[in-house]
Design a protein around this ligand. Structure first.
Ligand code: ADP
Length: 261
């Protein structure tokens, strides 16, 4: 009787433990979904007045009947910059919350990397020219004609590449370069965004994927969330991001993704 009693006690304890785990999991899911819904609602509520701020600041800056003096122009420009920054921040926070709460669908499709990379580079060309940075593309072998397809979500992959390329341009110097390369690798597919810009110290490198951490580079516009989102998106696509960087010498971000099929 004693042995049977102990056995029942153990079984009961195990059942309670499992119930607790299930309940904790369900609670975490609800909390995460609630957080995501709250952020979605809040971002919607914030966007409306922000668009009014942007609209009126543009109206002030471009009203030919009431031209602004230099100081006023500068102040209106500050309002415009701050409102734009907030809009980007809201979008990024929304996206991060959706990725973290698993409410963002990430597709898994065979994608031709060549055209996608060329489009990303073309889109970033004006920013590169404005920053005085040479932006090049390279695909091995034979300019990417025989590259295998990559298994990814094309829209999210384009978003990740856009972020990496614009960072490589932003955290660079006039006369610097950025190279985007793709190649087939034994374990999948590699896409590399390399630059000879500011680079990072070992300490900065260790903080790279912390949300809102700008590594002290506040002279450039940004929110410090882009790379956190990139990492999550790439991992959701079954890949990973590797970073190699040296302070003052430049950085290399490598995406390792599965090849299609
Ligand atoms: P943001 O660019 O909006 O600040 P990110 O998450 O994309 O946010 O990047 C975080 C920080 O990492 C940047 O603020 C910058 O200091 C650093 N960083 C990112 N990419 C590079 C790069 N290619 N070279 C040097 N520093 C970089």
């Amino acid at each position: 009787v004693r042995v049977r009693g102990e056995q029942l006690q153990r079984e009961l304890a195990e059942r309670i433990r499992l119930q607790d785990v299930d309940q904790a999991r369900a609670l975490a899911e609800v909390t995460s979904r609630t957080k995501s819904e709250f952020l979605s609602q809040a971002s919607h509520e914030l966007r409306t007045p922000l668009n009014a701020v942007l609209g009126f600041s543009q109206l002030l800056a471009s009203d030919p009947k009431r031209p602004l003096d230099e100081l006023q122009q500068m102040r209106v420009q500050h309002i415009d910059d701050a409102a734009r920054h907030l809009l980007v921040l809201i979008e990024d926070m929304m996206l991060l919350s959706r990725v973290e709460s698993n409410t963002l669908t990430v597709q898994s499709l065979p994608v031709q990397a060549g055209p996608l990379l060329r489009r990303c580079v073309e889109l970033a060309q004006p920013a590169a020219e404005a920053a005085g940075v040479a932006l090049r593309i390279g695909m091995t072998p034979d300019e990417g004609r025989t590259l295998p397809q990559v298994q990814a979500d094309p829209i999210r992959l384009e978003q990740v590449l856009h972020n990496l390329i614009s960072n490589a341009i932003k955290y660079n110097r006039r006369g610097g370069w950025v190279t985007v390369r793709a190649e087939a690798a034994p374990r999948g597919f590699l896409i590399e965004v390399a630059d000879n810009g500011l680079g990072m110290t070992v300490d900065q490198r260790s903080q790279l994927f912390q949300p809102f951490n700008r590594l002290g580079r506040v002279d450039q516009p940004g929110t410090g969330i882009g790379l956190v989102i990139c990492k999550q998106l790439v991992e959701r696509m079954g890949g990973r991001i590797l970073v190699d960087s040296e302070s003052g010498q430049g950085s290399r971000f490598t995406l390792e993704l599965p090849a299609a099929g």
